[in-house]
Design a protein around this ligand. Structure first.
Ligand code: 0RQ
Length: 502
């Protein structure tokens, strides 16, 4: 038994993953910890998988509603999807097995803004939460929990659930104590008060999650690492995108629109986002701060080389090498990294007050600047909107980053009309591909189209995009604000579905 559980009352509740899983029933809504592959439960989902498979073998139904902070891992989403044990999933998923069940129509997916998920629970929009299964680093006397490598929605799940199952993971460094800032000041409308955070690294809460020990029905000990997926080294396209972004930021400073140490940075998931951070690390910028939701390897590099002074987030999203580096040097990061609940890390009030520079990926953008981050060819979910909407809509300045083509050039990332809209033309400031950067601020739809096609589209697709824009202008002389040819606007997607190329 580990020394991580010092609360005598709760020590008595230590049990096996199988016994804990047996406390979860068909039809339960289960709120698990986990955000971008960090801090998810590692033993109970596998045991639940076995219980589900057994139940299905006996001809019984066993499916749960699965709620998380954001993405988890094959040991959580993956195993539960393999067991066909999930009826509904929210608010974000990137697991390929779960994704395929969503796209097959077996799992109902509620793809929510991450800043909304906790408050929608509190508002009663999601129904009752039966069980919370939350990974922690340690359990202290009095129902105080040292959170693990992500905070996500844990505070809300622990507060709202009828029953609590804790996983105490000794792989998580004990030194994580003190890295968290859990805010307990949110109230329900009409009693809400301003959130008094005016600096990205300001502490407004406490280092611990609080629980009612009476609700804890099981504690399971684990020692398994987080998902810790590797990153690809920046390829040529990502490096070019990074260079455009860094140049643009230089230009903004020179124009007097932001200070030399910039404004707090948010950087999304994926290889392109990681490459932009690498680009910043190689630049002259220094003393920057991040107010973001995930700390990828690129951000650790910036903290190490002094480009970044400090980072506030809700989670890590590290590779194996990154996680090892963090654990081995944990003391050097203390006070420079803060992990908060996702309702705070992504809070529109704070994103707008602090004046965030938001950088996120996209699947496709259209000539007028609408962005699709989530749906392949209009229908199949990729991951979800995640925090991109929380940050983009409220940012001081937002960037959407993408290679100009996908699938070996068969798909253009710039299309006449997006097949699904996550970020509207009203929200999108700057689009960046390897070919260039389109600053859309203050431009009319027509001017945006010219700029996006000229600066961002792949040269192969440029003539067809220009042709479309010009014909739409000519053929609909009384509809020239945002000219479209309604029968043709989505023909590029249809062509791809029929022929495998746009
Ligand atoms: O698939 O590897 O199978 O070829 O999409 O594309 O170019 O590697 O880009 O890793 O930056 O992800 C939008 C998915 C981009 C991500 C998205 C295919 C492409 C490849 C990935 P393959 P890239 P990235 C913070 C913010 C929403 C959530 C968010 C995302 C795969 O950025 O999920 O921003 N964003 N959260 O081939 C069909 C297209 C395509 C396409 C790319 N037009 N059609 N497939 N691909 N464009 C984090 C959180 O919120 C938790």
């Amino acid at each position: 038994m580990s020394d991580r559980i010092t609360c005598p009352v709760l020590r008595a509740r230590i049990t096996s993953a199988q016994a804990a899983a047996a406390l979860i029933n068909d039809g339960d809504n289960v709120g698990i910890s986990g955000f971008t592959g960090a801090g998810y439960p590692k033993a109970v989902p596998a045991a639940l998988h076995d219980a589900m498979v057994d139940a299905h073998g006996r001809g019984e139904q066993f499916r749960i509603g699965l709620w998380s902070g954001a993405s988890t891992a094959p040991d959580a989403d993956g195993v539960l999807a393999e067991a066909h044990g999930v009826s509904t999933r929210l608010p974000y998923n990137s697991d390929p097995t779960m994704r395929s069940l969503i796209n097959l129509g077996e799992v109902d997916y509620v793809d929510a803004h991450l800043s909304h998920s906790a408050q929608h629970m509190w508002f009663g929009f999601y129904g009752n939460l039966d069980v919370a299964v939350v990974e922690v680093t340690a359990v202290l006397p009095g129902g105080l929990l040292v959170p693990s490598s992500s905070v996500g929605n844990n505070k809300t799940w622990l507060d709202q659930a009828d029953r609590i199952i804790l996983e105490v993971n000794s792989w998580q460094p004990r030194g994580l104590e003190g890295f968290h800032d859990i805010y307990y000041g949110t109230a329900l409308p009409p009693h809400r008060r301003p959130i008094e955070l005016t600096d990205p690294m300001q502490r407004i809460g406490e280092p611990y999650l609080r629980i009612d020990p009476e609700k804890v029905v099981a504690i399971v000990e684990t020692d398994r690492p987080d998902r810790n997926a590797p990153f690809s080294p920046p390829d040529e396209n990502s490096a070019a995108i990074a260079e455009h972004v860094v140049d643009f930021l230089r230009h903004e400073v020179a124009a007097g629109r932001m200070p030399p140490e910039l404004l707090p940075l948010q950087s999304g998931v994926g290889n392109v986002a990681n490459a932009v951070l690498a680009g910043l690390g190689d630049s002259e910028f220094t003393d920057l701060v991040a107010f973001t939701e995930v700390i990828q390897d690129g951000m650790l590099d910036l903290l190490d080389n002094g480009t970044l002074r400090a980072a506030s987030s809700t989670s890590f999203g590290l590779s194996d090498v990154g996680a090892r580096r963090f654990i081995d040097n944990i003391d050097t990061y203390k006070g420079r990294i803060l992990l908060r609940s996702e309702e705070i890390s992504n809070h529109p009030e704070l994103v707008r007050r602090l004046g965030i520079i938001a950088m996120n990926g996209l699947l496709e953008a259209d000539i007028y600047g609408n962005v699709n981050s989530t749906h392949v060819m209009g229908s199949a979910i990729m991951n979800g909107i995640g925090g991109s909407g929380d940050f983009a809509r409220n940012a001081f300045l937002n960037f959407f980053l993408t290679p100009s083509t996908a699938k070996d050039g068969a798909i253009s990332a710039i299309v006449p009309m997006v097949s699904h809209v996550d970020h509207t033309e009203h929200d999108v400031h700057v689009i960046v591909t390897e070919h260039g950067i389109a600053d859309l601020r203050g431009l009319s739809p027509r001017a945006r189209a010219e700029r996006i096609i000229e600066r961002c589209a792949h040269p192969t697709f440029r003539p067809a995009l220009l042709d479309y824009t010009q014909r739409a202008w000519t053929e609909r002389p009384r509809a020239r604000h945002t000219p479209h040819l309604m029968g043709e606007a989505l023909s590029w997607h249809q062509r791809y579905l029929e022929t495998g190329s746009m």
